[in-house]
Design a protein around this ligand. Structure first.
Ligand SMILES: Nc1ncnc2c1ncn2[C@@H]1O[C@H](COP(=O)(O)OP(=O)(O)O)[C@@H](O)[C@H]1O
Ligand SMILES: N[C@@H](CCC(=O)OP(=O)(O)O)C(=O)O
Length: 359
């Protein structure tokens, strides 16, 4: 069985694009572009999320050890991104394919308006047969406003663009049952219904040039699959990896997609940072919300309004231990929510259609 997708996001990690000596691996980039061109020829729309700006910059300049780490990252990304995008552009040109550079920050997705602006921008590129090559704008992103890594950005884009699949290329064959270097570890080929405690078998170690590590990759993949998008994590250093993944001919990790969530639910799922309000719920409400049955958040289970919000804003729902259990769109403001808290037979504070539960 091969996978037939109409629109896919391909995320390529720094390590796939960089040789062990730190120089950009032009042969590998060329081979990936060859495969993307052939995938596009089959009528599949491709959005590329490519890391590698910092690694690419490192090959162009030498920097004193004493320099400030954030400033160095800005410098390397600024010069490296030029080289990276020029490489892609020249390689795609051989196939008469136009690619474009899209550099984003987390701020570009801060509310529904900005989110839709970003979506319009990418849709027009796709309509004109352009391959968007997207990266975080590391030159202007500062620590607290950054994506955890490009895996988070790729997951957000997959949801935003209604892609059927996200393919994450890294330097190992997928998610292993333990440290990939240990002989006893094996690749988990299929993950259904999520809920795995990745931290129990995925170590926090990162590859030489990576930022987030496999834990973020697994967590994002789990979230995206639960929104109804298939996620494949595969080894980008292997020949023909993209075509082999799509033909289901190579061992890798596939997160089986759940039922497709609505566009609005997908946006809510990625809106934790723009959540204004916070409400705390009791154990009964938590059990009802996290059960298999679709339930809205009713005021009877709300114990406290911790941070204020207006009607239509995103709110965080936390349990008695202050753990975030979900996000939702408020049907009314915090003033009314305070008045209704603990009362039976009141209108739902968050309707199920606008509720996203974390696990
Ligand atoms: N259980 C595991 N399965 C797979 N990889 C793991 C696991 N635990 C830790 N890792 C590490 O995660 C690394 C990939 O993550 P990362 O450095 O973020 O890569 P990328 O640059 O592709 O984003 C692998 O090189 C691997 O060493
Ligand atoms: N935006 C950075 C990459 C950040 C990142 O997420 O890297 P990786 O973990 O290798 O995908 C760059 O282009 O160097």
């Amino acid at each position: 069985m091969s996978f037939s997708y109409r629109r896919i996001i391909i995320k390529i990690g720094s390590n796939v694009l960089t040789r062990p000596d730190g120089l950009p691996d032009t042969d590998r980039i060329a081979h990936l572009v060859d495969q993307i061109a052939s995938i596009k020829k089959q009528g599949i729309e491709v959005i590329l999320v490519s890391s590698g700006a910092v690694a690419s910059g490192r090959s162009l300049i030498s920097i004193s050890e004493k320099s400030d780490a954030v400033a160095v990252r800005q410098l390397l990304a600024s010069i490296g991104q030029v080289k990276l995008i020029n490489t892609y552009s020249a390689l795609f040109e051989k196939y008469d394919i136009l690619c474009s550079q899209v550099l984003v920050t987390k701020e570009d997705f801060r509310d529904r308006l900005h989110y839709l602006n970003m979506r319009n921008c990418l849709e027009i590129l796709l309509q004109h047969q352009v391959i968007p090559v997207i990266n975080e704008n590391d030159v202007v992103s500062v620590t607290e406003l950054m994506f955890t890594d490009n895996d988070e950005l790729a997951g957000l884009l997959a949801s935003m663009l209604n892609a059927q699949a996200l393919i994450v290329l890294t330097n190992v064959n997928g998610i292993y049952t333990g440290d990939p270097k240990l002989p006893g570890s094996s690749v988990i080929t299929e993950i259904t219904n999520g809920g795995l405690d990745f931290a129990s078998f995925v170590s926090s170690g990162k590859s030489q040039f990576g930022r987030g590590g496999m834990i973020t990759k697994s967590t994002i993949a789990d979230k995206v699959a639960r929104l109804g998008i298939a996620v494949h994590i595969a080894n980008g250093t292997k020949d023909n990896i993209l075509t082999d993944v799509l033909a289901n001919q190579i061992e890798h990790t596939r997160f089986v997609p759940a039922k497709l969530a609505s566009g609005k639910k997908k946006w809510i799922a990625h809106s934790e940072n723009s959540a204004k309000g916070v409400v705390q719920v009791n154990e009964g409400a938590k059990t009802a919300l996290t059960s298999k049955k679709a339930s809205s958040l009713l005021p009877v289970g709300v114990t406290e309004i911790i941070a204020d919000f207006k009607k239509g804003e995103i709110i965080k729902i936390i349990d008695e231990n202050k753990k975030v259990i979900g996000l939702g769109l408020a049907e009314y403001g915090s003033e009314k929510a305070r008045e209704y808290a603990g009362q039976k037979n009141q209108r739902a504070l968050v309707h199920y259609d606008y509720l996203y539960l974390q696990s």
